[in-house]
Design a protein around this ligand. Structure first.
Ligand SMILES: Nc1ncnc2c1ncn2[C@@H]1O[C@H](COP(=O)(O)OP(=O)(O)OP(=O)(O)O)[C@@H](O)[C@H]1O
Ligand SMILES: O=P(O)(O)OC[C@H]1O[C@H](OP(=O)(O)OP(=O)(O)O)[C@H](O)[C@@H]1O
Ligand SMILES: O=C(O)c1cccnc1
Length: 504
């Protein structure tokens, strides 16, 4: 979790919805401590009209599990809570149980930077029912927002076609934790740097920046302001040239660039933050080139997103890099991913096998996928992913070579296809065993490289912004059949005469 105060990791235990703790109390009281659950986290709809999402937050799940400890202050606070109908909300025995509480769950998850698709498990949590339930809120809080930001970033960075994108969103982000999570997730998904200095220190992300309009306005003239900035930051000098008039601004920047050259220094670049960025950047490029200042880079900003960046480059704008804040940090066009965490299998004490369970809804689209799920990603000969198959680790259908090779699309039972003989890779990897991280945290650059190669391998038709091709996610035939049977059993059990009406 992108907590801004790493010295207080124990806050994690209470970073949850109250109902997780009241349910935990219920499980404790009803002697269900030995019951085992298997939950999966997934999302139903791709964000931003995209055909994929970029997994992010996985590396923080182990911290979440290891730091779920209740301090005496936490216990005192819980003891002080009153129930709406009177009396204490929590029983002393349960609070005593929490005092030495430690998580013992196993977590498998899609590694950070990897691509994920709707309906497939991003994270799988197995262990004591109470612990699995207790993790729900914090786990979703950790992966939902970072996955959303990483997905938005992948689009923005993709539109920039190799030009660096600096993340400038801290001032517009959803609070300090939001700003930290944005910096982290956007670096995983391809931003070159962040303006957020704490994120630079905490996550090792390169930091970058220019200067504000106020710098220019605090001097008598723009030329004076540029000279002063060049004097104070000769090795990091990008001048903001649109405070008054870009045509004047570029002349002042040219003057300062020549003065810097005379001192053996170099003007790194200029930034334009308003107006027609295509027209102005062409004009500015032309003037710098006429002056022999081809090396001066053009940076633009101003409410940019993937669409404006794509449009600017389509217009032939000679832009070298982009600063992107508000629309990336706030995920402006879709502020939530809507990832959910659902029970998929359970096991009573003494049971040798898991029982798949599913949530039935009036809306078929909201029906969950049962079982101890794992995902296989299949690749074509060129190494591009072509489909993902969700299967139940405990059961796959078929015999011999045909075992587990028939895929039934999640959204279209008529789409049945064979994946026999294709290359594949399992997506969920062990992250936590018996409440402990299985490995030290990988560096953020490893997730960033994973993301870059996953995006590069994905065919362009899945990456276009307008009506992207949808990627096939299916269930292994045995799992599809178990799910159908569960639906039928439940439907028959719940059968009631139509039309269903509320009692008068
Ligand atoms: N050539 C262009 N093609 C497409 N979009 C552009 C182009 N130039 C600028 N934009 C985008 O248009 C939007 C609005 O630009 P506008 O010129 O109104 O901003 P502005 O002059 O700075 O006004 P404000 O001061 O309100 O920000 C911004 O998101 C900007 O990135
Ligand atoms: O446009 P965004 O994508 O959100 O990028 C961040 C914005 O923040 C700054 O503006 P602001 O007006 O806050 O300060 P300034 O005076 O430095 O321009 C900067 O100039 C960008 O326009
Ligand atoms: O360094 C910059 O240019 C910057 C940083 C944050 C927001 N806007 C611009």
């Amino acid at each position: 979790m992108a907590l801004t105060d790493p010295s207080r990791p124990t806050d994690v235990a209470l970073l949850t919805d109250l109902y997780e703790l009241t349910m935990a109390q219920g499980l404790w009281e009803h002697g269900k401590l030995e019951e085992r659950d298997c939950f999966t986290a997934f999302y139903r709809d791709h964000p931003f009209g995209s055909a994929y999402a970029v997994m992010c937050g996985t590396a923080e799940l182990a911290d979440l599990v290891e730091n779920t400890r209740f301090t005496s202050e936490d216990i005192d606070y819980l003891a002080s809570l009153k129930a709406p109908a009177g009396g204490a909300l929590f029983k002393p025995g349960f609070l005593e149980y929490l005092r030495d509480f430690r998580m013992h769950v196993d977590i498998d998850a899609v590694p950070e930077g990897e691509l994920v698709f709707a309906r497939e498990p991003m994270v799988r949590v197995m262990g004591p029912a109470l612990e699995c339930q207790m993790l729900e809120t914090a786990l979703l809080n950790t992966i939902n927002f970072q996955t959303l930001v990483a997905t938005k970033t992948a689009r923005v960075v993709g539109a920039a076609k190799g030009r660096p994108v600096a993340e400038f969103g801290l001032r517009r982000a959803q609070g300090p934790d939001g700003g930290m999570a944005v910096a982290r997730a956007s670096y995983v998904a391809g931003c070159a740097s962040t303006s957020n200095v704490l994120a630079g220190r905490k996550y090792g992300i390169p930091v970058s920046g220019t200067h504000a309009h106020s710098w220019v306005m605090s001097f008598e003239t723009e030329l004076e302001a540029f000279r002063a900035f060049a004097a104070t930051s000769p090795n990091n000098c990008t001048l903001l040239i649109d405070t008054y008039d870009v045509r004047e601004g570029v002349e002042n920047a040219i003057t300062v660039a020549h003065e810097m050259e005379a001192r053996g220094e170099r003007l790194a670049g200029i930034r334009i933050d308003s107006g027609d960025l295509a027209r102005l950047s062409k004009y500015v490029r032309g003037r710098f080139d006429e002056e022999g200042l081809e090396y001066v880079k053009i940076v633009v900003s101003n409410d940019l997103d993937e669409y404006t960046i794509q449009s600017l480059l389509d217009q032939g704008a000679p832009i070298d890099s982009f600063g992107v804040g508000t629309k990336l940090a706030t995920c402006y066009d879709q502020p939530a991913l809507g990832g959910v965490y659902k029970l998929a299998a359970r096991r009573d004490p003494g049971d040798a096998a898991w029982t798949p369970v599913m949530k039935l809804s009036e809306q078929p689209y909201k029906r969950t996928i049962p079982g101890v799920q794992q995902v296989r990603r299949y690749f074509d000969d060129a190494g591009s992913p072509v489909c993902d198959m969700i299967y139940d680790e405990a059961y796959v259908e078929g015999a011999g070579d045909a075992r587990g090779t028939t895929l039934v699309a999640v959204n279209d039972a008529a789409l049945v296809t064979s994946v026999a003989g294709m290359e594949y890779r399992e997506l969920l990897e062990p992250v936590v065993r018996d409440g402990h991280a299985v490995a030290p945290r990988e560096p953020l650059t490893a997730a960033r490289e994973r993301c870059a190669s996953a995006l590069a391998a994905l065919d362009p038709e899945y990456k276009r912004f307008l009506y992207p091709q949808s990627y096939i996610v299916g269930m292994e035939a045995g799992l599809a059949r178990v799910r159908d049977e569960l639906v039928r059993e439940r439907m028959n059990a719940a059968a009631s005469p139509m039309p269903w009406k509320a009692p008068k």
